[in-house]
Design a protein around this ligand. Structure first.
Ligand code: URA
Length: 236
């Protein structure tokens, strides 16, 4: 891990034992899916068109449009945030506002370009005033996540923040207590960590996210190499 990568993320340099600097991205990974790349993209495109017409909750009445998700669906990694904000709603892309810019740097710090992973949210429409989506809204939107998981079959999910982690792993999850600890959802490994917006408010959380994302990168590399998975437990 280079000094440049760490400073991108706003952290001081440190030795990073065991890190990979081989320059290969997840686009060269097999991913977990058995469906061909073209099939995955075609299926996702069709699903996105369907989602664009979704009226399963009231959020679509107040936002500009559905922010479905983007990135490499064959990477084996999906990142899930809470909900689109103002910039995302305007541009129709997830994580492109201030929190998204920090997310890009976090990803780069562990060797991923954002287009090499798949990024989405637990709800696809911006809640008014960027409020936290209600459990009913999250539940109404859940099929879009589940259907993508069925198509993409990622090996690893990163839940960005309490809202996403609770939506995926259950209401009793506490992000401060449970971040950095691998969980499972079916065959997928799930890493809860802090939301980038929380890091913007409290930069002291960066160290924890750095540790969590290093664990994600290491696990992704292990899986790609066909090695035995990391056992469950805190990474920091
Ligand atoms: N915060 C989120 O959770 N998702 C986005 O897409 C942007 C900000």
């Amino acid at each position: 891990m280079s000094r440049e990568q760490l400073s991108l993320f706003g952290l001081p340099p440190e030795p990073a034992p065991g890190s990979s600097e081989d320059g290969r991205g997840p686009d060269q990974a097999g991913g977990g899916g058995s469906v061909g790349v073209r099939d995955v993209r075609t299926l996702l495109e069709a699903l996105g068109a369907e989602a664009a017409r979704c009226r399963a909750c009231g959020l679509r009445d107040t936002c500009r449009g559905v922010v479905f998700g983007e990135g490499d669906p064959e990477s084996g990694i999906i990142l899930v945030g809470e909900a689109p904000g103002g910039v995302e709603d305007e541009l129709g892309r997830p994580f492109v506002g201030p929190a998204g810019q920090l997310l890009d740097r976090i990803l780069l710090a562990v060797g991923f370009r954002r287009e090499q992973v798949y990024i989405t949210n637990t709800v696809l429409c911006r809640p008014p005033g960027n409020r936290v989506p209600s459990p009913e809204e999250v539940a109404a939107c859940r099929p879009w996540l589940d259907r993508r998981l069925a198509i993409m079959k990622p090996d690893i999910m990163v839940c960005l923040g309490a809202s996403a982690a609770r939506a995926v792993l259950g209401r009793d999850l506490r992000i401060t207590r449970d971040r950095g600890r691998w969980q499972t959802l079916g065959r997928m490994k799930v890493m809860p960590t802090f939301h980038p917006a929380a890091l913007l408010r409290d930069p002291s959380k960066k160290r924890a996210v750095w540790e969590d994302m290093k664990a994600v990168r290491a696990e992704w590399e292990r899986l790609r190499a066909g090695g035995p998975p990391e056992s469950e437990g805190r990474t920091a």
